[in-house]
Design a protein around this ligand. Structure first.
Ligand SMILES: [Zn+2]
Length: 242
């Protein structure tokens, strides 16, 4: 157990953004959402360098008023974003820029599509955090690959293997020193936000998506204003940009 704790301490230290890069991001100018084209579905991250992608992420949290509403210390937000960026691998698709694009799509749905008016602030925060974190430490291989190769991850989780891992990585970063953007949240708010993050990340499993999609289409056809799971009273999430 002591060995495991030492390994976790090491992991946590190296997973976290450096003091220098955090200080640099804190002092960096954050362009407006309009300047970054964040309200549009035509947003193009290719125009941004890696540092600009971080300021774009900050802008989305600022624009949704999350920093003020949940009293997120600015330095902690900057460090957390850099740490999330650091924990994406340079794979072809499921990389940091994919996470940023998914977050921007959510942002456009919430702001331009006005979805934020239909859900709670805790859900807005949870969805934004979930989008940015939803493919953390993706290795470019899918759940079937984990299972067929008997990977340690598949031994940990037999279903939604990678999605559980992405959520675990998300929690690991939040628990690393100076990265907990939820540190001032009331216990009840914290529980609601983390529930949303977990449910939204696990919903990115394609298998879940294809199970849930017909129900979702039915809800849309019926014109139902809300979509709750009648058994556990939780809202269902369907994240289409996996
Ligand atoms: Zn994804």
């Amino acid at each position: 157990m002591a060995k495991q704790r030492v390994a976790l301490e090491c992991l946590s230290y190296h997973a976290t953004a450096s003091a220098e890069s955090t200080a640099e991001l804190v002092s960096r100018h954050v362009p407006s959402a309009l300047q970054l084209n964040l309200y549009s579905h035509q947003f193009d991250d290719m125009e941004l360098d890696n540092k600009d992608t971080c300021t774009a992420a900050i802008r989305m949290f600022k624009d949704m008023n999350m920093i003020k509403k949940f009293r997120i210390p600015y330095e902690v937000l900057c460090r957390w974003i850099l740490s999330v960026q650091k924990n994406y691998r340079p794979v072809k698709y499921h990389n940091w820029r994919h996470a940023l694009n998914v977050t921007q799509t959510m942002f456009a749905l919430l702001r331009t599509g006005k979805m934020a008016g239909f859900i709670s602030d805790q859900e807005v925060l949870g969805l934004m955090v979930a989008c940015l974190s939803h493919d953390l430490d993706h290795r470019g291989t899918n759940n079937a690959f984990q299972s067929k190769t008997d990977s340690p991850l598949a031994m940990l989780y037999s279903t939604s293997t990678m999605e559980h891992h992405h959520f675990d990585q998300c929690v690991m970063i939040l628990n690393s020193e100076g990265n907990n953007i939820f540190q001032v949240l009331k216990p009840e708010d914290y529980r609601q936000v983390m529930d949303t993050v977990q449910q939204a990340i696990l919903s990115t499993d394609l298998e879940q998506y294809f199970k849930t999609k017909p129900q979702f289409l039915q809800v849309v056809r019926n014109g139902q204003p809300d979509w709750h799971d009648s058994h556990n009273k939780k809202r269902e999430y369907i994240i289409v940009l996996i």
